[in-house]
Design a protein around this ligand. Structure first.
Ligand code: ADP
Ligand code: TRP
Length: 330
């Protein structure tokens, strides 16, 4: 069987270097290892929690640009917007009809949303949030994905996808492929400016696609302790060091460790961090600036990606509909 990797990117917010180190860079490094790879912008997932159209649109654009600037080759991978492949929505409904409500009751995202409510457990819960895992199952099963790279928070959704597919195959005919999760073994959590996990919800991010000046400004805002220059410093739990490790090679990391022992000043450490991050982001930034102006090119590229993806999806949905009896009268 072909190795088909697939992963979705929810289009909320503007990409930061935590997304780059934790999601974009590792996913792109898997492409050569797979027979086929699918990366898509999960825009229907993003409207579950966000009702601001401008926000969604800006996010779709900047996330698409981030992946392309970071080296996604649309000739080697399928790259498309979820909403441009309507067969996924058809499949989502079909899967809804074989998914036990009890299974969805157990989803972490739904459970944690209801646990915040006091009297009415369903206050503020939409059907979109409730059936989120079914849409994710449709994304995956639509393309017979065999391997799905995900973070630990998404593993439960993968298990649900397998359950739903197995139930469908049992009820009708074995036409859906059960995917394997590819769990990021040791979750490499990139710290933000305040030392907590870098996240748009904490407002502590270093943006990925900013110019050099703003990148430096961001890095200079990293919170440090008040140890003076000349005083030896610990690398453990140091935000600057932990960020540095994600961008430097082995010998630079060990030189950086030595400079900590020798009492490097925080200003100098931040300058070194800026140099190493900037060196990696420079080609990404110039690609971004080149693509950013050309919205027609990006729209064409996504529309070509959707066309390619749809040619597979159309065949698959026909097969799925046929086994459910939604087909030509004979
Ligand atoms: P945010 O926390 O900013 O909302 P998302 O939840 O949208 O980010 O994350 C998108 C992807 O980026 C996920 O695959 C997630 O694992 C990865 N990611 C986000 N923040 C970090 C981080 N600080 N360190 C490592 N990976 C991260
Ligand atoms: N739910 C995933 C997240 O928030 C994004 C996603 C949507 C996805 N569909 C997918 C990931 C299919 C993998 C496969 O990160």
């Amino acid at each position: 069987m072909k190795k088909r990797i697939l992963t979705g990117i929810t289009t909320t917010g503007i990409p930061h270097i935590g997304n780059y180190v934790g999601a974009i860079r590792p996913a792109l490094s898997m492409v050569e290892d797979a027979d086929e790879s699918f990366f898509f912008l999960a825009d229907y997932h993003s409207i579950i929690k966000n009702n601001d159209p401008t926000n969604i649109l800006n996010s779709v654009k900047s996330i698409a640009l981030a992946w392309l600037s970071c080296g996604l080759d649309p000739n080697k991978s399928y790259f498309y917007k979820q909403s441009d492949v309507p067969e996924i929505m058809e499949l989502s409904w079909i899967l809804n009809c074989v998914t036990a409500k009890g299974l969805m009751n157990r989803a972490h995202a739904y459970k944690s949303a209801t646990s915040l409510n006091d009297n009415d457990p369903d206050k503020g819960i939409t059907m979109g949030l409730f059936s989120y895992p079914v849409l994710m199952a449709a994304d995956i099963l639509m393309f017979d994905s065999t391997h799905v790279p995900v973070g630990l928070d998404q593993v439960q959704h993968l298990e649900m996808t397998r359950d739903i597919a197995a139930r469908f195959n049992h009820l009708y005919k074995s036409v859906l492929t059960l995917p394997e999760p590819m769990i990021k073994e040791k979750e490499n959590v990139v710290p933000g400016l305040d030392g907590r996990k870098m996240s748009k919800s904490y407002g502590n991010v270093i943006p990925l696609l900013e110019n050099e000046k703003n990148l430096k400004k961001s890095i200079m805002k990293i919170v440090t302790n008040s140890l003076e220059p000349g005083v030896p410093k610990e690398t453990e739990n140091c935000t600057i060091y932990n960020l540095y490790k994600n961008f430097a090679d082995k010998s630079d990391i060990s030189a950086f460790e030595t400079s900590y022992k020798e009492g490097i000043s925080w200003g100098e450490a931040k300058e070194k961090l800026f140099q190493v991050i900037n060196a990696e982001l420079m080609p990404i930034r110039s690609k971004y600036l080149e693509l950013e102006k050309d919205t027609d090119y990006i729209n064409d590229l996504l529309s070509d990606g959707a066309k390619k993806a749809r040619s597979l999806a159309k065949t698959k949905i026909l097969e799925i509909k046929e086994v459910t009896g939604i087909t030509k009268i004979t």
